[in-house]
Design a protein around this ligand. Structure first.
Ligand SMILES: *Cc1c(COP(=O)(O)O)cnc(C)c1O
Length: 339
């Protein structure tokens, strides 16, 4: 068997999820009458305590729609230099929103209110862009799945309120953070002007992300989604997977975190691995010595039928997920002894 740890997106829908999908009532989401899409959006908005939600094809789409709604051409978005919205969305901030970025250097991608305060552009200087959005990522992918301290988030919220700048969350893996901190979706829903939540990662859906915010914000996002070609017809089949995942796959995320920690202890036995990032959730990042390229190490793993991704010149990432069981873990340990 292949042990696929490239991402938590590689999962296949479970038989029970497939059953929920195929028995879903559907309509036409562009006409706004797909009952399963409406049910998912209603469920998500309730869970996070926001006025509205929008079901979209990907987390890139939900992030980009949020940026598009919050900014205007010539704006800047404050975010960490390792953030997904900057590194992994195809230059979308520039392409979709004609806006720039102010890149900060956080602690494994986590920003402080103090850093953000210093980066906000002056309103009355024609030389500079206008800061129109602060965007945080939780958990932080490039930071090895670390998560924010709630008090820091409160400080950042207070700053954004004071400066009248919207605050967005790229919460692709927010549920992984909540599994560790015990905080609720509603506590985080209150803090942000918009949130993006992935269903296709740890929650095990085949496709889909949610954008959350006020009724007015979501109405604007829905309009931009259409113009990007993101109106989808019988999307209820996919939305039903999302509702199923929110009901059945959230509580088990800690298992993934436990297995990631066990992978960490297995990797610690491999002498050529120089450093392993602290493992806080389901992401494992390790560093190789300077004479070892991540690309060739990943190829070596591939020959042992272990799939991982290069995550920098000397960094390799593994992510645990719903389809990575204790049996896979045992097998992984046996194979890694041969690396
Ligand atoms: C996966 C991910 C996204 C969204 O990715 P899509 O592949 O477009 O769904 C956004 N932010 C982070 C941090 C992610 O890991």
């Amino acid at each position: 068997m292949v042990i696929d740890l490239r991402s938590d997106t590689v999962t296949r829908p479970t038989p029970a999820m497939q059953e929920a999908m195929w028995s879903a009532p559907v309509g036409d989401d562009v006409f706004g009458d797909d009952p399963s899409v409406l049910a998912l959006e209603e469920k998500a908005a309730q869970l996070f305590g926001t006025e509205a939600a929008l079901f979209c094809a990907s987390g890139t789409m939900t992030n980009q729609l949020a940026i598009r709604v919050h900014t205007q051409p010539g704006s800047d978005v404050i975010c960490d230099k390792l953030s997904h919205i900057y590194l992994y969305e195809g230059g979308g901030i520039m392409l979709n929103s004609l806006s720039s970025v102010k890149l900060l250097d956080g602690d494994r991608g986590r920003l402080t209110a103090e850093q953000i305060a210093e980066a906000i552009s002056p309103e009355n200087d024609i030389h500079s862009t206008l800061t129109r959005l602060v965007s945080l990522e939780n958990t932080m992918n490039k930071g090895g799945g670390c998560y924010y301290d709630f008090d820091e988030l409160l400080d950042i919220r207070a700053l954004c309120t004071e400066r009248n700048i919207p605050l967005h969350l790229d919460g692709a893996r927010l549920f992984n953070a909540l599994a560790e901190t015990g905080e609720t979706p509603a506590q985080h829903g209150q803090l942000f002007d918009s949130l993006s939540i992935c269903l296709s990662k740890g929650l095990g859906c085949p496709v889909g992300s949610l954008l959350l915010g006020t009724t007015d914000f979501i109405a604007k996002a829905r309009r931009f989604r259409k113009s990007m070609g993101g109106g989808w017809r019988q999307a209820g089949f996919l939305a039903a997977a999302g509702s199923y995942a929110l009901d059945h796959h959230v509580f088990r995320l800690k298992e993934d975190h436990q297995r990631a920690k066990t992978i960490g202890s297995i990797l610690r036995e491999i002498p050529e691995i120089e450093y392993i990032y602290p493992i806080d959730t389901n992401i494992v990042i390790f560093q190789l010595p300077v004479d070892q390229l991540a690309t060739s190490y990943v190829r070596k793993l591939d020959m042992l039928r272990i799939k991982a991704v290069p995550f920098g010149k000397h960094l390799v990432r593994m992510v645990t997920h719903l389809d990575f069981t204790d049996d896979h873990l045992t097998e992984l340990q046996a194979r890694l002894r041969k690396v």
